[in-house]
Design a protein. Structure first.
Length: 123
């Protein structure tokens, strides 16, 4: 029988936790955790889920779609309008790699610290 486990947080390595938290805060509207600092920052979700950002010295960003260096992780975000969300996130500092496996269904973007993340159409 599997353990009764519920995901409660995800933490991303990065060179500048406050900057990456600010990017995701602007993108999602989530609240910055009050104890966020230069070593560890976080965003509080209404349902209790927590997104953390931790400083890593000599951080090396993943390279999408190159798998010679691991992606580390990626997050999918549901959006109503792919093009609108993509435009807004690019304005906030995300970038868009040339390789897009299925642009009609989802978009791969790269956050300011180099993590790939996806925008998917809301169901």
């Amino acid at each position: 029988m599997p353990l009764q486990m519920k995901a409660c947080a995800i933490t991303l390595d990065c060179p500048d936790p406050l900057a990456l938290a600010a990017f995701y805060q602007q993108a999602t509207g989530l609240e910055l955790h009050p104890k966020s600092d230069a070593e560890f920052a976080g965003l509080n979700c209404a349902d209790g889920f927590f997104i953390g950002f931790q400083r890593v010295d000599d951080y090396r960003a993943p390279r999408w779609p190159d798998q010679s260096g691991p992606q580390q992780l990626h997050i999918d975000f549901e959006v109503d309008d792919l093009a609108e969300a993509e435009t807004r996130l690019l304005e906030l500092g995300a970038s868009k790699p040339g390789h897009q496996p299925d642009e009609a269904r989802f978009r791969v973007l790269i956050d300011p610290a180099g993590h790939p993340f996806c925008l998917v159409r809301s169901r």
